[in-house]
Design a binder for this molecule. Structure first.
Ligand code: UDP
Length: 237
């Protein structure tokens, strides 16, 4: 597999073309941003952890019948993935109140939900990724009603599987963000990454935050938290 030119550089990853039209290489960086790019920094070793963690979790989800873009890990920071057309939505599942949910509704962080919720944001940096009502998604041509139904069903199933897995590791999955993509045949697959950058993960007994909130909120011990969450995952694979 030959790594050809870079076609995209995002906040945390670079994407390269390969000699196979249907495959891309993703290269994970240590760069971290928050608040729509207003806060910038580096989390040493993050790229390696996010690459490996995302791959382990996607492999596990694949085994449970969730289609993903994952193909093969190429190196510590590089992964071969299926080329997809990204559906421009951030799909967020919440199990416990935190972050923007708590702020928007004035609810204390840590209040558990009786059932998980799925919400969508429109992926658009200029607009600041605004929350979007599901009925507005087809109006804007971002996805069809049928695709939204499929995405919602996958999102809830992924939440169920990941919650159970993290529970084995003594970790509570508070909320997380997913992105989905469309293959050439139109089918929907899980894409992007699942990592401490995109999930809130709390130690189940102490409540300690083991995710990017340590960076967003200047809590310190970021590298240690990422290493700890990776250690837990590896222990329970
Ligand atoms: N999230 C993300 N990227 C974003 C926004 C949110 O990965 O651009 C994740 C975040 O890590 C958390 C979940 O989605 O696990 C819910 O985030 P929330 O809407 O509470 O926003 P935040 O408080 O992070 O701004």
């Amino acid at each position: 597999m030959q790594k050809l030119e870079q076609i995209y550089e995002g906040k945390a990853k670079r994407v390269y073309r390969t000699d196979d039209e249907s495959l891309l290489i993703v290269d994970y960086k240590d760069d971290a941003t928050a608040f729509n790019g207003q806060k910038k920094g580096t989390i040493r070793g993050k790229g390696v952890i996010n690459n490996q963690m995302s791959n382990r979790l996607m492999q596990r989800l694949e085994r449970e019948g969730i289609p993903t873009h994952y193909v093969r890990e190429l190196s510590e920071r590089e992964t071969l993935v299926r080329r997809v057309e990204i559906v421009p939505l951030e799909v967020i599942v919440r199990n416990i109140a935190a972050g923007s949910f708590s702020k928007r509704y004035g609810v204390e962080e840590g209040r558990p939900f009786e059932t998980p919720t799925v919400e969508f944001s429109y992926k658009n940096d200029d607009l600041g990724d605004p929350l979007i009502d599901a009925t507005h998604i087809p109006v804007l041509g971002l996805a069809t009603a049928e695709e939204i139904g499929q995405i919602r069903a996958y999102a809830l199933r992924i939440d169920e599987l990941l919650r159970a897995f993290w529970a084995e590791c003594g970790v509570t999955l508070v909320d997380f963000k997913m992105e989905f993509g469309k293959l050439a045949d139109g089918s929907i697959v899980l894409a992007d990454e699942i990592s401490p950058d995109t999930c809130r993960l709390w130690d189940s007994s102490t409540g300690e935050k083991l995710d990017k909130d340590r960076f967003r909120r200047d809590l310190g011990g970021i590298e240690e938290a990422y290493a700890e969450i990776m250690r837990r995952l590896e222990e329970h694979l």
